[in-house]
Write a protein that binds this ligand. Sequence first.
Ligand SMILES: Cc1cc2nc3c(=O)[nH]c(=O)nc-3n(C[C@H](O)[C@H](O)[C@H](O)COP(=O)(O)O)c2cc1C
Length: 205
Amino acid sequence: MTVLPGEAAATVDGPPPADPLVLAAAWLPVDGSAPGPTMTLSTIGLDGYPSARTVLLSRFDGQRLHFHTDTRSRKAAELAAVPRASMTIVWPEAARQLVVTGDVAPVTDREARLAYDARTRYLQMLAWVNDADLAGATVELRRERWTAFGEERGDGPLEPPTTWGGYALTPLRMLFWQGATDGPSNRLAYERDADGRWRREAWPG
Ligand SMILES: Cc1cc2nc3c(=O)[nH]c(=O)nc-3n(C[C@H](O)[C@H](O)[C@H](O)COP(=O)(O)O)c2cc1C
């Protein structure tokens, strides 16, 4: 991979930083702010085919990208088998796309708890109610169960269910795409080598 000089023309304002995490910090919501953008989380299916779905970016901590899910989910089983994933985040209004690929590990219980507390009430309830048993039930039954859960718990704070889990992805590759109305789009591709150093290339497309 060719390493570009720091002054090379870039997809971002000014010269590209040597460390893509600096650029990611400019593109992603800062730690502790409201839930981040949605992203396509791609894992490797148990049958070897890609497996993709939308999730919320819970947090970018400056090094890792966090997301949360049900530990009984398909993605949790896939990550247990192969702890690698890609995240694709798009900001159409800013003509930006970020694709991050890397290694995934569970977050600590404390991190998972903080993320649960930061979720809306609706999403907190969803983590309790949305299970496989209910999936095949009628719409009426699903609504009844939802209402019953809400009445049972009242307005008090909810604890996360034991099935609430979080993961954080440590980037190995980061691909920043920037579109433009008055010129071609281009990409900044970063890859981390075995020594932890980031190498950078400009890509078309
Ligand atoms: C906008 C949007 C946001 C979502 N956010 C999450 C999320 O943060 N966590 C999650 O587990 N599922 C989320 N989902 C549901 C997933 O897309 C998916 O249906 C679910 O996690 C089960 O995926 P799996 O069977 O591949 O594990 C979201 C769906 C949409 C459309």
